[in-house]
Structure formats: C-alpha cells, structure tokens
Design a protein around this ligand. Structure first.
Ligand code: BES
Ligand code: MN
Ligand code: ZN
Length: 491
C-alpha cells in the first residue's frame, strides 16, 4: 500500500467517497476522468452519500485506464471523523473483495486532517483484507486485496507515507488478534496459544517466556492453577517483553490479557445455547499479543511487558467447586462461589506477576462479564480504574484508535459486596452491578498502581455482519493498547 500525489490512478477500481451534503468542489478532475458520468449520477440524485451506500460506475470513454469506480457513501461532511474514515475504507475493501478486485485506489476526501485520515484509511483497508474462513477447503468465497493506493491531495507525501505505514502495522496487529480469537478451542489450547506467540513473534525483538504449570505452582499462582484444574490441558502464562534501545522513562507499561481458551463455566456450567462463542474468551490475551507485535514494530520509548494467563475453564473430577478457597500469588485468599467468574481469578494472579516484573502502570483487557454487555451494549467497552487521569488518558487514546470506551465507577460501596465469610474475598458480588464488582475484585490485586481494566465482553465479537465488519472477532482494544505505549510523556 502506498500513498500518492493526486493523479489518475492506474488501478482496477477507484473508490470515491461521496458525502450527503458534498461540497463537490474537488470532484472536477474525477468527473472528467469518468467521462462526465460522476456529474450525471450526482445530478440525478441516484447517489445520496448515505453511509456505506454504494454505486458503481463503469467507465467506457474516460481518458484513463481504470474502468470501474465505486462511489461509497460517507455521510454528512461535518460528521466525518477518523473513525468514519476507517470504517469507510474497511467497507470499500470488503465490497472490492466481493467483486474479486485485488487492486484499488481510494481517494482521500473530507474535512479531517490529512495525515491521521490517511492512517485511518490504511487501517481500514488492512482490516478489510482479513480472512474469515481459514478452514474452508473448497474455494474461499472472498477474494483478497493485493494492493491499495491512498490518493491524498495537498499533503506532504513523506508524512502521509509514515502515517500509512503506521496504519498498516496497527491494522495487521488487529488482524492477528482477530485470527486468534476466531480460532476454535480444540486448535487453540493454552499451550497452542504459547506456540502461536513464539511463531508470530519470532524475530520481532520481543523477549518471549512461557511459564509452565510447575512454575505457576512454584510462584504460588493458586487462582490460575485452581481455574485450570478441571482441564486436561495444562495452563501457562505467556510473557512478552519489549525494551526500547534508549529508555527515556522509568515507567513500565504492564498489559494483562485474559486468555481463557474456552469457558464452559466450570462446575457452575453455562447453558448450552451459544456456548460455542466462549472460544473467544481469550480475546484479551489476543489483544495483548497483537498490541505487543505493534509495539515491537513501532518501537516506543517506554518498556512494555505483556502477561497472558492462558487456561481452559472446564468441568471434571479435579475441577474446583463452588465454595472452594484458593490462595492467590499476592497472598490474598478467595472463596470461589461461582466457578464461572474465572476471568477475574486468573487476572488477579497475572496482575500480581506484571507488578513482579516491574510494571509501574497497568492495563488489563478481558471478556469479563455479561453484565458489561447489558450495561454498555456491543459497541462500547467498559473502562474502569484509577486514578482518573490514567483512565481518561486511556479513554482518549481509545477514541483516537477507534475503540469506544466508557468510564464506569469503582466506589467502595461495591467492595463490600465481595466480603467473604471465611476468606479475604469472594469472587462474585451478585447480579447487580456485575461488571463493577468484577472490576473491584481486580483492583484488590493492583498494589495501588495506576491501573485500568477494559471489559470487552460486548465488543470483542460481532454477532452480525456490518458493511465495515464481518461476523466474528473485531480486534477491539489492540490499537488502543499499542497507542498507549506512545503516550508516556503524559503518565
Ligand atoms: N467469559 C465470561 C463473560 C462473557 C459473557 C464474555 C458474555 C463474553 C460474552 C465470564 O467468564 C463469565 O462467565 N462471567 C460471568 C460472571 C458471573 C458468574 C458473576 C457472567 O458474566 O455471567
Ligand atoms: Mn466464566
Ligand atoms: Zn470467562
């Protein structure tokens, strides 16, 4: 993918965004190249610019090699953001693939700043190239994008190229996480996850360590060990470390991702209906892996450690049972009243381990609670943490990266709900405020460091295809985590 000065691209498809209230003053050259067709369809009101609405032009008599033009709706001019740009590029790329078009040129238009827009367009085009059917043996039903050109006018080419390259890295990291989340649990076990980490990050410059079951026991990670007991698959902890060449700050960002490769609920078993989706309960871990790949390629000036506790949550003769008491690595004891509240258990030990590795600032990401889906729906992730400045920085970073996050409270009133009769804490706090009590549980293991928790239970998976998003893993939070590593001047 390259950027280019304005020119009439020699490509198989030219994509032109059209706005509902399009000023149209930059469209003259494109109209000319289309042999006047563009002006004709715009005048006929056939093309209204409604978001993601498409209209094809077939050029017979244009003075130019490209025979097909896709007009794609971009909505109101003033409401066009980088988020809209990313979605538009993604939608255009998916339309092109459906038509088996492997080469396209996308014209950058709209009111937003050129450089960040180019980056968002690049991200969208890479997201559109994601393969959703890796296990189909016959003909795959979608083509592939081989080459895309972003056609940007009036901006400095060097800055655009850098932005596009950054977009490529962030898009690819997002796709990596999506691919892992989509994997079925028989093919992506905890050890399989660790193997993938080795394969995907070999040569990246990251240090990769995997703690095995015996090391988990030696470290006293009784919560992770407890959750894994019901499974024949042993747990592991994938540890990824990035150290910059010139450390400009003593801060160490600790990224912790829930890696439950399948969540049956354990003895507190889940209903059968929809249980297949619990293969994506390792999405937080996949996000951390993707973000670490981007970090390794983009090289921020701050150290970053990624900690991914990986396990299945299964039933079996050795499985933990409701009422069991487990001892965490931090020393706190937990009464497990519901074995389906397993994410917070493994994250508690992983947060402790990230601190042990020297993390000074923590972020965890997890498909943690159904309650968060009820609270915020399927497009906004829950954001929890303290202090407020750290939480707000993450919210803003997410907004830029294209991940919508919304702050939720952590008042002490909620902490009381986790008081256990016989241990330091119990692992559930009742139905009311379920996303918050889960977060409050995690807070007990952050050692008072700046910490944020992203609950992505609602946003990690798309149940329905959208013009800009196929069914399945969304790759939420990858770009936010990666971008966060570049904000250390604000920590
Ligand atoms: N992995 C689930 C949460 C989840 C729900 C993720 C829906 C994605 C979609 C988590 O481990 C879980 O089971 N949480 C329980 C907690 C409850 C037992 C307190 C839940 O939300 O029901
Ligand atoms: Mn669960
Ligand atoms: Zn779970």
């Amino acid at each position: 993918m390259t950027s280019a000065a304005p020119r009439l691209a020699s490509t198989d498809l030219l994509v032109l965004p059209i706005f509902t209230d399009d000023p149209g003053d930059d469209l003259a050259p494109w109209n000319e190249a289309s042999g006047g067709q563009l002006a004709r369809v715009r005048a006929s009101n056939e093309v209204r610019g409604k978001r993601f609405e498409t209209h094809w032009l077939h050029i017979e008599d244009g003075g130019w090699t490209c025979r097909r033009v896709l007009l794609i709706g971009a909505g109101p001019w003033a409401e066009f953001t980088t988020g809209q740009a990313r979605r538009l590029a993604n939608a255009a790329g998916l339309v092109a693939r459906r038509q088996r078009i492997g080469r396209l040129g996308l014209v950058q238009r709209g009111p937003i700043e050129r450089v960040s827009c180019a980056r968002a367009l690049a991200e969208g085009l890479v997201l559109a190239s994601f393969q959703t059917d890796p296990y189909k043996t016959g003909e795959r039903d979608q083509g592939l994008l081989h080459e895309a050109t972003i056609i940007a006018e009036g901006a400095e080419e060097g800055a655009i190229t850098t932005a596009v390259e950054r977009g490529l890295v962030l898009g690819e990291a997002t796709n990596l996480a999506r691919a892992l989340s989509n994997e079925p649990s028989n093919l992506l076990t905890p050890r399989g996850f660790a193997e993938r980490a080795h394969e995907l990050l070999a040569g990246s410059g990251l240090a990769i360590d995997v703690l095995d079951e015996s090391q988990i026991h030696e470290l006293g990670m009784g919560l992770l060990a407890g959750v894994s007991r019901g499974s024949v698959e042993p747990p592991c902890v994938v540890v990824l470390r990035y150290t910059p060449a010139n450390v400009s700050s003593r801060a160490v960002l600790g990224l912790v991702g829930k890696g439950v490769t399948f969540d049956t609920g354990g003895i507190s078993i889940k209903p059968a209906d929809g249980m297949e989706r619990m293969k994506y309960d390792m999405t937080g871990g996949a996000s951390v892996l993707g973000a670490m790949q981007a970090v390794a390629r983009l090289r921020p000036w701050v150290s970053v450690v990624g900690v991914i506790p990986a396990t299945e949550n299964m039933l079996g003769g050795r499985a933990i049972k409701p009422g069991d008491v487990l001892r965490s690595a931090s020393g706190k004891t937990v009464e497990v009243l519901n074995t389906d509240a397993e994410g917070r258990l493994i994250l508690a030990d992983a947060l402790w381990y990230a601190r042990k590795l020297g993390a000074t600032h923590l972020v965890d990401v997890a498909t943690l609670t159904g309650a968060c889906v009820v609270a915020l729906g399927r497009t906004t992730s829950g954001l929890f943490g303290e202090p407020e400045s750290w939480v707000e920085l993450i919210r803003q970073t997410g907004e830029r990266a294209g991940d919508r996050l919304w702050p939720m409270p952590l008042f002490d009133d909620y902490t009381e709900l986790l008081e256990s009769e016989m241990a330091d804490l119990q692992n559930i706090g009742g139905r009311a405020g379920g996303a918050i009590t889960a977060a409050v549980f995690l807070k007990e293991f952050t050692g008072g460091l700046p910490w944020a928790h992203l609950d992505i239970a609602g946003t990690a998976w798309a149940d329905e295809a959208k013009p800009y998003q196929p069914k399945g893993a969304t790759g939420v939070s990858v770009r936010t985590l990666a971008e966060l590593a570049f904000t250390s001047d604000q920590w």
